[in-house]
Design a binder for this molecule. Structure first.
Ligand code: GAR
Length: 205
């Protein structure tokens, strides 16, 4: 069966990228393979994780391309050159335009650190999500993996996992628990589930 060619888009530490690479090594992900990691931040530790795993890493920043359109065109060119089938946003802190998301309809996954529709949409990313959850005083939060469409965090939900908030949690301790108990599990599982479907389609085409 033809493996799905995966690109992972990152901006920072890359623990979710690591979870995907580990899942590939352990065989949890077997219907697809990570072909390239693209970062919009040259300093991202995620690029070191890619290099350590022997995966190609590219840096494409908005700064060097000036407009959103030119930035996205550079990403599209890199994806096309590598015949990428599936894009995974793993801590990618840049909102993609409708032009981009339509081009890859049901071929872009994102992991978000809350139970959508809580604490999501424009302005809710990274630690801010956990700050908002603690401010609201919710007792349960979690993570969501969803397809990406033109609405930030608005695409079809693929998987969710709940995580308990504990007394005395800080945004940092809550972020870590949500990653460990939810993100690092449901993201690789979703990548495999979607890859399995796309890989069957690839065989038919
Ligand atoms: C993760 O918690 C991810 O869910 C979140 O940023 C963190 C990235 O960590 N993403 C968003 O908030 C997107 N809206 P990582 O670089 O270690 O994977």
């Amino acid at each position: 069966m033809a493996k799905v060619r995966i690109a992972v888009l990152v901006s920072g530490g890359g623990t979710n990228l690591q979870a995907i690479l580990d899942a590939q090594n352990s065989g949890i992900i077997h219907s697809g393979a990570v072909e390239v990691v693209i970062s919009n931040n040259a300093e991202a530790y995620a690029l070191t994780r890619a290099a350590n795993a022997g995966v190609e890493g590219l840096t494409i920043t908005k700064k060097e391309y000036h407009t959103q359109e030119a930035f996205e065109d550079a990403i599209i060119a890199a994806l096309e050159e590598r015949a990428i089938d599936l894009i995974v946003l793993a801590g990618f802190m840049s909102i993609l335009s409708e032009r981009f998301t339509r081009r890859y309809d049901h071929r872009i996954l994102n992991v978000h650190p809350s139970l959508i529709p809580s604490f999501c949409g424009q302005g809710f990313y990274g630690l801010r999500v956990h700050e908002a959850a603690l401010q609201k005083g919710v007792k349960v939060t979690g993570a969501t993996v969803h397809f990406v469409n033109e609405i930030p965090d608005g695409g079809e939900i693929i998987a969710q996992k709940a995580v308990a908030v504990q007394n005395g949690d800080t945004p940092e301790t809550l972020q870590r628990r949500v990653m460990e108990e939810a993100e690092w599990i449901i993201l690789p599982a979703s990548v495999e589930a979607v890859s399995a479907v796309l890989s069957k389609q690839k065989d038919i085409d």
